[in-house]
Design a protein around this ligand. Sequence first.
Ligand SMILES: NC(=O)c1ccc[n+]([C@@H]2O[C@H](COP(=O)([O-])OP(=O)(O)OC[C@H]3O[C@@H](n4cnc5c(N)ncnc54)[C@H](O)[C@@H]3O)[C@@H](O)[C@H]2O)c1
Length: 419
Amino acid sequence: MSELQNPNVLMCGTGEYTTGWTGSGASTSDKKIGVVALTLFDLRRLGKVADLSMVGVSGKKFPEIRQHLEKNIAGVYKDMDVSFEEFPKSNLVDTEAYKTAIDKLSPGQAVIIFTPDSTHFPIALYAIERGLHVLVTKPATQLLEHHNTLIEAAKKHHVVCWVEHHKRYDPVYSDARAKAAALGEFNFFNAWMSQPKSQLETFRAWAGKDSDISYYLSSHHIDICCWMLDGIAVPTRVVASAATGIATSEPYNCVPQTEDTITLLVDWESVKSKTHKGTAVYTASWTAPLKAGIHSAQHWYYMAEKGDITVDQAHRGYDLTYDDTGKSWVNPFYMKYSPSESGHFDGQRGYGYISIEKFIDAVRSVNAGRTQPSDYDKHGLPTIANTVLTTAILNAGRISLDEKRPVGIKNDGDLWVLQ
Ligand SMILES: NC(=O)c1ccc[n+]([C@@H]2O[C@H](COP(=O)([O-])OP(=O)(O)OC[C@H]3O[C@@H](n4cnc5c(N)ncnc54)[C@H](O)[C@@H]3O)[C@@H](O)[C@H]2O)c1
């Protein structure tokens, strides 16, 4: 066992979640200054990480990104250094710059991936095979087969590989999970998550082409449901249904195959009782009304043998009204951007921040020989091994839509497979 060291960290992706800077300027969502870079700048200030780097596809974006971070982070919070090394350099455009950036790191250092869904797998695998610890955003991968490959690769290279399912650190969700454990056999789960139609402009580059709204939003509640049902029930069959016509019409004009609202109907079977079966319905939409006062609607209902749980995480009893924009419900429990009384960043207790900090803590602990990557599988954390059923359901949902058939989920020895 040795002293804790501060790893260098590479951020893959330079967009909304990493910096708050999108293709069309500063994000207009609830993440105007992003989450990943801000958290890592603060963790560097607090002495948990060392050098930071960032990789995208186009080096041309970096002058604007740096200006944005300088003004809205360094200019707002005290003692915040927003420097980082960039890839690709010199205004180059290179879709494989992530390889150059990863090659600069040494084994034991870390990579945080927030790039389009279809790129998660190749980037994560490349990093793991070089002995780097990986935190990849949801959906970890689009195919179950790829998820299984990452589980194996992380085991083989003895690295921490987690999925950034930050809702597991939301105090309400984690408390609800603990309460559900005492409610007996699972019976019914119904989840709704949506964002306003304006997101179809923000997501124009990939909406309907590279991924769908189920992968993008239902991944959150599917993961929470799988986490709550760990040791209680397993999913066995998925049937998907989609509403269409809004995303593909004026003014959004998304590609013809873009769905508006996707519903996955999932059969679950008890792991202890032969007679108990449950049903889950996961719905996600990116054609919700504008001006609803919330960025993400997110609520669910859980019913079990001995009781039920209702959660509405869009309306937390805290709302504001402005003369020009009307009412809005806000959520400082996720990212608190208002500074502390000393003028420093003050969001260390937000679950967006905690999700990244816990990963960095695990990396430092494993590097110092204090813990093993597999220890975290036993702690209910969103490790790549603990999140396999989330990907199984999402992948089965996509196949069900494309092939218009139910898709089975089965445990084949040590491996989860689709049928
Ligand atoms: N924005 C959110 O609120 C949010 C929240 C949770 C998870 N996510 C996940 O984050 C991912 C997208 O990130 P975002 O929201 O910041 O989107 P974004 O579109 O704003 O940014 C994507 C970034 O990825 C980069 N990129 C694309 N291909 C790449 C490659 N081959 N190598 C390196 N970089 C590449 C782009 O240059 C861009 O900087 C998605 O998987 C999404 O599900 C987003």
